[in-house]
Write a protein that binds this ligand. Structure first.
Ligand SMILES: Cc1cc2nc3c(=O)[nH]c(=O)nc-3n(C[C@H](O)[C@H](O)[C@H](O)COP(=O)(O)O)c2cc1C
Length: 190
């Protein structure tokens, strides 16, 4: 497969992946639903976790193009090769998907989005949820629980941050800031 053609558009179209992380989920949804030119790629766990947090209907009623993980070969991802997307954002990212990303595993819709964005040299921005050693997270029932993030998860994120073409956001505010740069400066850096 060759390099993607650049699609001329006023705003870059973003392929946005969501994984099954409750942490940062609602702020990520708020950010992505502010964007017009965005298609959404949803892992099977993300579908369940969105439902757990009462957010699935909001996504379904958003009018955005939603890709569910229904097949084995992740066909929607082939759109990357046709120059349809100028950027990929995956947020929030579970520690599971982070581990797959760093090891080059592409066995579902979102890990395929990440792998093939890399193969198409499409800039990719990720927001991992396990980003610092200690944090509090809200359960679907609204209880705050403490999370002691493992070293392996922090090491995986550090490794991904050193990859060319991959940017790591530290929190939803940082994601928002980095998205602005993405939308303006890096539009045609393929
Ligand atoms: C309510 C709920 C919230 C979850 N939140 C997180 C989370 O914040 N971070 C995480 O790494 N996994 C979380 N998980 C576990 C993931 O959903 C699970 O590891 C899943 O296999 C990830 O699949 P994916 O990476 O393909 O989306 C959560 C699970 C549930 C049921």
């Amino acid at each position: 497969m060759g390099m993607p053609e650049v699609v001329e558009s006023m705003h870059p179209r973003i392929a946005w992946g969501i994984t099954g992380a409750g942490h940062f989920l609602e702020p990520c949804l708020n950010i992505l639903l502010e964007l017009d030119q965005v298609d959404i790629f949803i892992s099977n766990a993300a579908k369940e976790v969105l439902a757990n947090y009462g957010l699935l209907k909001r996504l379904e009623q958003s009018g955005r193009h939603l890709f569910w993980d229904t097949g084995f070969s992740s066909r929607p991802v082939t759109k990357l090769y046709r120059g349809y997307y100028q950027a990929a954002v995956i947020a929030p990212v579970t520690s599971n998907t982070i581990a797959k990303m760093v090891n080059g595993i592409s066995d579902n819709l979102v890990t395929n989005l990440f792998a093939h964005a890399g193969k198409c040299q499409i800039p990719t921005l990720i927001l991992p949820c396990d980003i610092k050693p200690e944090m509090n997270s809200l359960t679907p029932l609204g209880e705050s629980v403490q999370v002691h993030v493992r070293k392996v998860d922090l090491d995986n994120i550090d490794c991904l941050a050193s990859w060319t073409g991959v940017e790591v956001a530290r929190d939803p505010e940082d994601l928002k800031l980095q998205l602005r740069t993405f939308s303006h400066d890096r539009k045609y850096e393929l």
